[in-house]
Design a protein around this ligand. Structure first.
Ligand code: NDP
Length: 340
């Protein structure tokens, strides 16, 4: 165990200062300087190296009851981060160690050691623990294999396919023997990446025309699994394209995260009945039991080069809100990371 630092640590952290109405504005956030307390017994001081911005954080900006509490106004926001231990009053963690923890959106954090996971920067780049080997990776793995009950030979359609979760869903499906993998994304360049880098069988830009028509062309024999990241027109198109006994994992509905009015449901819900489809929501934290299997299998694919990933990296805590807003606008390919 090591001593705490002699001089007080000054850190900058992002506070939510107003609840966004519709699209968040830069004025809804403030970067504030604070002096950190010294770590207490069982705590560590961490210098964050990378922090995560994720779509679910938009929901936490609303004052509504959900599966995770809302951000408080005039308090630091939180989220995934990886950093280096600077001082420790906890058994088993020493300065120079690296940890994954939940106090992102800030330069330094005093964290309870039991709420951290020690990570090895030699085994994978630190940022990977926020993406391909982290929460989005687990979401893809559990959402496809457990929630959608994927089986060899299934044809899989994933929306948001060039993002952190979507790009991994498509590749895992291919690695596990999907008969066909189709993705949709918001630019022609993303579509190119899906096909040329990730090996999708077909992909289309949902901004180029009707999703239903483009999906029908990309999957003339229909689909067995739809991995939903978007909602709206995508869900309607998928319901029409699904084969009997198809499954839908409802992972995210990003097309409606900034909506100010309740969004209408799909107009073709009757397809659910006629085709005996199963549609199930998911929250990644329910699938912790899969983690060892996830690390082993995804770690193996990364080492062998069979699974590829991209990151979009924004530099500097000052630009963390820009990174978050950019994520909602689709400026990322793969995981959006803020490097501090
Ligand atoms: P991504 O890396 O996919 O980034 C978000 C992407 O969403 C953007 O790049 C953009 O890409 C796309 N997007 C934004 N607005 C729209 C729109 N109106 N219509 C279609 N696409 C849009 O983020 P993640 O991989 O982290 O998350 C993907 C989804 O998974 C999200 O819905 C998220 O909420 C959900 N999620 C759910 C979890 C759970 O436990 N249920 C856990 C983690 C994530 P494009 O250029 O293609 O439009």
């Amino acid at each position: 165990m090591s001593a705490t630092p002699a001089t007080p640590v000054i850190s900058r952290e992002w506070h939510l200062v107003a609840r966004p109405e519709g699209w968040p504005k830069p004025e809804d956030f403030a970067l504030r300087e604070v002096e950190l307390p010294e770590p207490g017994e069982g705590q560590i001081l961490v210098r964050n190296v990378h922090m995560s911005v994720d779509p679910y954080m938009r929901g936490r900006m609303n004052d509504v009851k959900s599966y995770i509490p809302p951000f408080e106004l005039d308090r630091p926001m939180d989220g995934g981060a990886v950093g280096e231990v600077v001082a420790s009053r906890a058994e088993g963690l020493a300065p120079g160690d690296h940890v994954l923890h939940g106090l992102g959106w800030r330069e330094y954090a005093v964290v309870d050691a039991r709420r951290t996971v020690k990570v090895d920067p030699a085994a994978a780049p630190l940022s990977a623990y926020l993406g391909v080997l982290g929460m989005p990776g687990m979401t893809a793995y559990a959402g496809l294999l457990e929630v959608a009950s994927f089986k060899e030979g299934d044809a899989v359609f994933v929306s948001g396919a060039a993002g952190a979760v979507g790009s991994q869903v498509g590749q895992i499906a291919k690695l596990k023997g999907a008969s066909r993998v189709i993705g949709s994304a918001g630019s022609d360049e993303k579509v190119r990446v899906l096909i040329e880098e990730y090996g999708f069988d077909a992909a289309f830009n949902y901004k180029n025309g009707s999703v239903a028509e483009q999906l029908h062309k990309a999957a003339p024999d229909g689909i067995d699994v739809y991995f939903e990241n978007v909602g709206g027109e995508h869900l309607e198109a998928a319901l029409s394209a699904l084969n009997p006994h198809g499954r839908i994992t409802v992972c995210g509905l990003i097309a409606q995260y900034n909506a100010t009015e309740p969004q209408p449901g799909p107009r073709n819900l009757a397809q659910l009945l006629a085709k005996r489809l199963r549609m199930q929501g998911m929250i990644v934290s329910d699938h912790e039991a899969l983690r060892p299997q996830f690390f082993e299998e995804v770690g193996g694919w990364l080492r062998s080069g069979e699974l590829k990933y991209r990151e979009t990296v924004v530099e500097g805590i000052d630009h963390a809100v820009d990174a978050f807003l950019g994520l909602l606008r689709g400026e990322n390919t793969g995981k959006m990371i803020v490097t501090l």
